[in-house]
Write a protein that binds this ligand. Sequence first.
Ligand SMILES: [Fe+2]
Length: 254
Amino acid sequence: MIIAQISDTHLVVDGPDSAQRIADFEAVIADINTLDPAPNLIVHTGDIVHNGQTDEYAAAAEILGRTRLPVYVLAGNKDDRTNLRAAFVADGYLSEASEFIDYAVDGYPVRLLILDTINPESKKGDFCAKRLMRLDELLAQESSKPTVVFTHHPPFEVLVGPERFHFDDLDVMGRLAAAIQKPERVTALFSGHVHRPTMGQVGTIPAAVVPSVATSLRYGDYPAHMTVRPIYFVHRSCPHGGFSTETRVAGGYP
Ligand SMILES: [Fe+2]
């Protein structure tokens, strides 16, 4: 199974960087469309748009509509749950049973668990008791398949950059980390939010953060020729468990 992970497109339709944000977003979708073999699906790990506005979601949905692959989105701290839901509800995978943007994706060799870690007030990671109950329910629905978890905020210590922790409350982060410890079932966790490539560990689960697609918001040092070339991940499941992750530099422009 092949999963393309994109994140932190921070789309704006009216602003000094809007043309670049749109170009970056278009470039990753165009690049994903060239992959052979094609991924089974795309996951966007949040901060789809920058201001949570309906016109931004309309533009994002239009760009995501340029691939024939199934696309699954989750919410980042810059997203607005209501407007995100309205923009993507027609795709049919968002659970009406939840006030959060959390759901499972079944029907593939690897099961996806999409979690909602946002706190609209603080913008940092959060995972309340209600979301823990939802997670337990989602995990209990299917126990025979390898499972990969997607979050916006990484629930592990990031030792590069100014912030080590991206959750307000370390006990909350620890409860989320503990809840997904299902040996030999939950095999990977992939996140966004940090805007730079980072590897880590959530208990026994290998974890990775993909850089922001928005090149103007990306952190880390990159060669000059990559300045306006967005980066995303291609995760390929391994026959003996886990994933092999390729860092893709979207090509073709300028
Ligand atoms: Fe972001």
